[in-house]
Design a protein around this ligand. Structure first.
Ligand SMILES: O=C(O)CCC(=O)C(=O)O
Ligand SMILES: [Fe+2]
Length: 330
């Protein structure tokens, strides 16, 4: 278990995170090889990398952030029907608004944010459950969702290639038909009580990969090399790609899911982030890839198989913020 460290009492240094120009992926094979190598290093060394020239237009990004800001700014009464009522089954409900108050296990400080979770695949079937207000919510968030889904598929393909798992579109169809959810987070700049600490507690994501968009800085990453929390460097127009728990399992631990948290830097505006979680189907058992296990002592099978539903249920139970620390290791 990762120790919870001070949240604000010490200086946080920036983390060295690879910055990858994705326009090179579709150029000549030499450029593609360089990018695949950068992705491999990012997944292996930090569990996160940043991408630019990712194919999502700035206008689509700006509109997605703006329409979520407008959503969170609406009077509470207009959001009431989407509010979480605390029932266990809610985890798998297509749309849920949560006024969040939780602490990382072992950490007494409360960290709070508002969070709107939207299921996104198949989009045509779930979009009807998305918020009706603001009136352009579905249109703007739908546009971002389609673009980020396409980027997710490209990233998956490249990551499988970086693991030498590219043969026959390795698991591509399962990924594209898999579970896709977006979470819009709102970190209030003026919480209504001084006892409240604003942020998201330390956790790793259950996904294969997560793609994060942020309106302002605040993301922190646990550096696997030295166990120190560091800030995510601010790069204009970049998106952050995280290794999730299920990629750790699939890669048999070659890649490690990244522990992260959000402690927004105080600004006049609320901080908005949109996390896009890309996974296989909710009930698909994910095992370490056979190709990465060779039976000898160097690379034995390191994880038990499990499905996204199990991971999400386990995390929601509050017992852990990272399932693979608990019971997925063999
Ligand atoms: O807001 C952020 O920067 C991080 C959010 C996050 O980690 C999540 O929604 O899983
Ligand atoms: Fe996260």
């Amino acid at each position: 278990m990762v120790p919870a460290s001070d949240l604000d009492d010490h200086l946080i240094h920036p983390m060295k995170v690879p910055l990858i120009d994705l326009s090179l992926l579709s150029q000549d094979s030499h450029s593609r090889d360089i990018v695949i190598k950068q992705i491999q290093q990012g997944c292996q060394n930090s569990g996160i990398f940043q991408v630019i020239h990712h194919g999502i237009p700035k206008s689509v990004i700006d509109e997605a952030l703006e329409v979520n800001r407008s959503f969170f700014d609406m009077p509470e009464a207009m959001k009431k029907d989407l509010l979480d009522n605390g029932a266990a089954g809610d985890l798998f409900c297509p749309v849920k608004l949560i006024n969040f108050a939780s602490g990382a296990p072992g950490n007494n400080q409360l960290l709070q944010r508002d969070l709107l979770r939207l299921h996104a695949n198949p989009l045509e079937e779930v979009v009807e459950f998305w918020p009706k207000n603001p009136a352009d919510y579905k249109e703007k968030m739908g546009r971002y969702t389609k673009k980020v889904r396409k980027l997710g598929s490209e990233m998956f393909e490249a990551i499988m290639e970086s693991l030498n798992l590219s043969a026959k579109n390795y698991l591509k169809e399962d990924f594209e038909n898999g579970f896709h959810a977006l979470v819009a987070n709102c970190y209030r700049s003026n919480p209504n009580s001084s006892n409240i600490k604003i942020g998201a507690p330390a956790h790793s994501d259950h996904s294969i990969i997560t793609i994060l968009l942020q309106s302002s800085p605040g993301l922190q990453i646990l550096d696997m090399a030295d166990g120190i929390w560091k800030s995510d460097p601010e790069i204009e127009g970049s998106l952050q790609v995280f290794v999730g728990d299920h990629l750790e399992v699939l890669s048999n631990g070659i890649y490690k899911s990244v522990m992260h948290r959000a402690i927004p830097i105080s600004t006049k505006e609320d901080r908005i982030s949109i996390a896009s979680f890309h996974s296989f189907g909710m009930d698909m058992i994910v095992e370490p890839a056979q190709e990465l296990i060779d039976g000898d002592e160097d690379s034995p099978k390191r994880y038990n198989g499990c499905c996204a539903r199990d991971i999400m249920t386990h995390i929601a139970s509050g017992k852990t913020n990272r399932l693979i620390d608990v019971d997925m290791n063999l």
